[in-house]
Write a protein that binds this ligand. Structure first.
Ligand code: ADP
Ligand code: MG
Length: 256
């Protein structure tokens, strides 16, 4: 009996990377996350969609503790989110986040942006950090921009640097909150292609996006949110071809 349950726990610990249980969050009177249950397996790519104001960004921000929650549990790789200090800094490194606004350090070069966290949080030495930064910048296609400052790059290039910077921390999971929403249309694909490649390489990813082509081709699962709740979730094909809820049908009719 005991042995069986131990074995099951061991499997669960390796398979489930991000687990949210009955998570609730209010902003004053607004119940922005309502009983959220969400489990993301290692290597899974989950796309979160839903109307503006439904709580998608707040959901992302709770997972790396940029927002605290009122009740419920969140674990990453079996560990509850740390409250503060070095453990919190490590959590933020383990959970890479890429925002709509690129959030690079304006007064650091591209190379320095990708080196900094490695040295400060991961305690890498300078040479290792530089080598890794250059490799990652090459991988996202901006290797030749290493010595420039963020403002000298296009939006698409800056966002790819932001992805490289998060990857430099060897994150367990990557969160993307509308990473292409602030980009000119011709730059959207170059960022989505980097994300596609990451997904193919097996990165665990949570992606808030309105890019339904990306959702169809890269996601293992689509999570549809409305009014702070997960209303429906399914693999992309069944979700897009036959959504079950009226809310999802209505939403899809407006964006597709
Ligand atoms: P989404 O990303 O789906 O558009 P958000 O998570 O950004 O939704 O926001 C959900 C709701 O919470 C919105 O009504 C928004 O105005 C509100 N909200 C978000 N952040 C805050 C905050 N810091 N203080 C108060 N209300 C907030
Ligand atoms: Mg948002």
């Amino acid at each position: 009996m005991t042995e069986v349950s131990v074995a099951k726990d061991a499997v669960a610990a390796t398979e489930d990377l991000v687990v949210l249980k009955s998570v609730n969050k209010h902003f004053g009177a607004l119940h922005v996350l309502q009983d959220i249950d969400l489990t993301i397996a290692r290597g899974e790519v989950v796309v979160v969609i839903g109307p503006s104001g439904s709580g998608k960004s707040t959901l992302c921000r709770t997972i790396n503790r940029l927002e605290t929650i009122d009740s419920g549990d969140i674990t990453i790789d079996g560990e509850p989110l740390p409250e503060e200090g070095k453990a919190l800094a490590r959590l933020r490194a383990d959970v890479g986040m890429v925002f709509q606004s690129f959030n690079l350090f304006a007064h650091k070069t591209v190379l320095e942006n990708v080196m900094l966290g490695q040295i400060k949080v991961r305690k890498a030495d300078k040479k290792q950090a530089e080598e890794k930064a250059r490799t990652l910048l090459d991988r996202v296609g901006v290797g030749t921009q290493a010595d420039k400052y963020p403002a000298q790059l296009s939006g698409g290039q800056q966002q790819r640097v932001a992805i490289a910077r998060a990857l430099a921390m060897d994150p367990k999971v990557m969160l993307f909150d509308e990473p292409t929403s602030a980009l000119d249309p011709e730059m959207i694909n170059e960022v989505l292609e980097v994300m596609q490649q990451l997904a193919r390489d097996g990165m665990t990813m949570i992606v808030v996006t309105h890019e339904m082509g990306f959702a169809r081709s890269a996601a293992n699962r689509v999570v549809f949110m409305a009014d702070g709740r997960i209303v429906e979730q399914a693999a992309p094909d069944p979700f897009f071809s036959s959504p079950r809820s009226e809310r999802a049908k209505d939403f899809l009719s407006k964006i597709l």
